[in-house]
Design a protein around this ligand. Structure first.
Ligand code: PLP
Length: 398
């Protein structure tokens, strides 16, 4: 037994979250480090989906909109996500994809600024963003008559000024795993008189976000990564309570109407976060997500963060020991304050290396052109998994 196997055993024995893994469907001989792309299946989901389909839909049919709570699912499930991102209830609705919610949030952000009458003509966007956010931001800028200015998050404070209307940022960079400083960047955006929109895709469920505490204006995120909602599970939109009356959605639908069943020709927005809804919610995926969120009962996001850092620290150590100097280079920051819940390693022939890792039961992913990405979901990844991943990587490289 190597020093690392022994340490993994000690760390697993002291892990207060170790018991959560049995709530997931995972084989013992697979190390799943791709939960930052698609979270594993919580064991309660298949039974719930079966019930939703066979009983709620098959037997209750139309009655389920009331009796099974279908109509109110977007805000109910939003309230279940809220504590994970540091939001009080009544500020999050679930529905649509992240891309669509980025659009709603960014256009609404510009409209918030418009309503104060200033001539702010720029939108800043994270130049290193996941591409969809950039595409949507470009279109939102065109539609609102603004200029889109891509800047790195580090350049944001310099770039802010009285021309800035809104800023779209990622809490954690999807490629490098870098955690950006949400409190100080939000404060800087506010000091410049602009609106801050945060994308939480790679942070929600992996670390504390503190939306209310840090005064974030608008936020979006997906639910199929660290929240394990399943393929294509609906995303969410956070609208800070004191902005809700002025939140002017660019996609007003009958679900965001104050009186949806009044079937009126004139649009009157609903009160509260409900304004972020659009059309009929995707009930099957939404209720699968609701079941998936039960794994969080009794789990604190602080405990998840502590374990996440311990896992990524241990992985970096194992990689250094097993893979040796020079074979791979971590592009994930070492300081905890700058690290999300993934480790990205730059490596020659990364596509081929990842293929061979997966053949040997270590599942991460490859991001073009040369990055091996390993996501650490503290709810189901243990320290023995980490040791094995580092050892197998060393063998594949060697
Ligand atoms: C995963 C991810 C998305 C995904 O967008 P969808 O519309 O849900 O496909 C968007 N933005 C970021 C930053 C992501 O990490």
């Amino acid at each position: 037994m190597s020093e690392f196997t022994t340490r993994a055993g000690v760390l697993d024995a002291a892990d207060e979250l170790a018991g959560v893994r049995k709530q997931f469907v995972l084989e013992d001989d697979v190390v799943y480090l791709d939960g930052n792309s698609l979270g594993a299946l919580p064991a309660s989901v298949p039974g719930r989906v079966e019930d939703v389909v066979r009983r709620q839909w098959g037997e209750l049919r139309i009655r389920s909109w009331d009796e099974s709570g279908w109509w109110t699912a977007p805000e109910r499930i939003g309230d279940r996500i809220a504590p994970l991102v540091g939001a009080a209830a009544g500020q999050i609705v679930v529905g649509d994809s992240t891309s669509v919610n980025v659009f709603k949030a960014l256009v609404a952000a510009v409209r918030l600024v418009d309503s104060t009458g200033s001539g702010r003509d720029e939108i800043l966007v994270d130049a290193t963003t996941f591409p969809t956010d950039g595409y949507i931001a470009e279109s939102a800028a065109r539609l609102t008559g603004r200029t889109l200015r891509p800047v790195t998050p580090a350049e944001v404070p310099e770039a802010l000024g009285d021309r800035t209307a809104a800023v779209l940022l990622n809490h954690v960079d999807y490629r490098t795993g870098r955690l950006h400083d949400l409190p100080s960047l939000t404060a800087a955006v506010h000091a410049a008189g602009a609106v801050a929109v945060w994308d939480l895709c790679h942070s929600a469920g992996a670390l504390p976000v503190g939306l209310d505490e840090h005064g974030v204006d608008l936020a979006v995120g997906c639910t199929y990564k660290y929240l394990n909602g399943g393929p294509g599970s609906p995303a969410y939109l956070y609208v800070r309570r004191d902005l809700q009356d002025r939140f002017d959605s660019p996609l007003p639908g009958w679900n965001s109407h104050a009186d949806p069943f009044g079937m009126r020709n004139d649009f009157e927005p609903a009160a509260g976060a409900l304004r972020g809804r659009v059309g009929t919610p995707d009930i099957l995926s939404m209720l699968a997500l609701e079941a998936a969120l039960e794994v969080w009962d009794g789990v604190s996001i602080e405990a998840v963060r502590a374990k996440s850092l311990a896992l990524t620290d241990f992985f970096l150590e194992c990689v250094a020991a097993y893979a040796g100097e020079g074979r791979v280079e971590s592009v994930t920051p070492v300081p905890h304050a700058e690290r999300g819940s993934q480790v990205a390693l730059r490596c020659e022939n990364a596509g081929e290396v990842m293929k061979r890792l997966i053949e040997r039961g270590v599942v991460g992913d490859f991001r073009y052109p040369d990055v091996l990405r390993f996501g650490f979901t503290p709810l189901y990844v243990g320290f023995a998994d980490v040791e094995r991943a580092g050892r197998v990587l060393g063998e594949v490289l060697g």
